[in-house]
Design a protein. Structure first.
Length: 251
């Protein structure tokens, strides 16, 4: 049986971390929490648990930084599969085993990444996503599909399963919420095999801050494009340079 690690990036989630972890440990034997410098009592709640491993960042590094720590931990501790799940209550821990199994048993055969999608199919009780976040997600997802033929429907879902041996290809330097975009470009560069997995669409924190100026949707979109272009410029693509495609995108 493959060794599976479930990792949660956490920052100031005192109101959610307890109930979420109570569910996660039902479905994953090994659980890692990366506390990204929480100041709201989250650290104290985590310290009371003996059923998880906690790594604390001091100071805060960012969402991408927390996931980078999870990637490093999974590799250095000999796991076969890493599942990442957010701690804000929007993901269903009961899906963890199915996502992990899909790494080796998806309809497409063995894959490197099983990426949750909130838009692949509808579920009873789905939330209505915040308009600006849905619009940006749609635009960035379409851009990635035109450039890299990824055939995905949700570029920003944090609920994923990774084949740990594939994590060696990722060099994560964007430590904020744009980290998934860097990941997609690098996955395309190394021809990783990706499938999506349908997950419910749940928004419990529609006013989540992306940090300073990025709370403005137009600035956030501009930042996302800058990350994408920078990452493409930094890599060599053996199967053709995506900068030569005709995808309509801002410079």
């Amino acid at each position: 049986m493959p060794r599976v690690l479930t990792a949660l990036p956490v920052y100031n989630e005192a109101s959610h971390v307890g109930p979420v972890l109570d569910e996660v440990v039902k479905y994953s034997q090994d659980v890692l929490v990366v506390d990204d410098g929480s100041t709201d009592g989250t650290a104290e709640l985590l310290a009371q648990r003996d059923d998880i491993v906690t790594i604390r960042h001091e100071p805060n590094q960012g969402y991408g930084g927390a996931l980078r720590t999870a990637f490093d931990y999974a590799q250095s501790h000999g796991y076969d599969i890493l599942v990442t799940i957010d701690c804000d209550g929007q993901h269903e821990p009961k899906l963890i085993p199915a996502m992990a199994v899909a790494i080796d048993e998806s309809p497409a055969g063995p894959v490197d990444i099983v990426s949750g999608s909130r838009y692949l199919q509808s579920f009873d009780g789905d939330s209505l996503p915040p308009e600006d976040r849905r619009r940006i997600n749609m635009e960035i997802t379409a851009w990635l599909n035109r450039r890299f033929r990824l055939n995905i429907t949700d570029a920003f879902c944090g609920f994923k399963a990774y084949r740990v041996s594939a994590l060696q290809h990722f060099h994560i330097t964007d430590l904020g919420y744009a980290m998934p975009l860097q990941l997609w470009v690098q996955a395309a560069r190394y021809c990783l095999k990706i499938v999506e997995f349908p997950v419910p669409l749940v928004y419990l924190d529609e006013k989540r801050s992306f940090g300073g100026a990025l709370d403005d949707a137009s600035r956030r979109l501009t930042h996302y494009y800058s990350v994408l272009h920078r990452e493409i410029a930094a890599l060599e693509f053996p199967c053709g340079d995506p900068r030569t495609t005709t995808a309509d995108t801002p410079a």
